[in-house]
Design a protein around this ligand. Sequence first.
Ligand SMILES: [Zn+2]
Length: 133
Amino acid sequence: MREICFIITRDERILRIYTGSATRVPDSQSRWNAIWTYRYEIREIVHTHPGGLLRFSKEDLTTMEAVESATGLTYQWSLVTESGYLYRDSLYGEDILVTNEGNAWWINFLRDLSFGTNHKQPTTKTIREVVMT
Ligand SMILES: [Zn+2]
């Protein structure tokens, strides 16, 4: 298992894929350059936590703040584990659990790359829940 980061555009394309170790995707100049170059086209920046922690780490939050401060834009920051998918609503600072994953066509690909092709399938519902405020 390894951490994977996808940068997703507003028209739902995977702009970039970054691979990391079991615990992190290292900071890279090329990722910063891609974010800067495509800053107006990016909608979502998603990464996985192979350890299963469905909560942003302190390092995640620092990165999110640095990117938004540098670009002057806000993005959907998301986290994916084997069984969960959540994003931070930057307007309210809440983490929202996505229970209808059908809108993210790339999510199984992301889980395959991060957790292997035998990862368990999450249960899906059609509502959204606020998990942390
Ligand atoms: Zn993280």
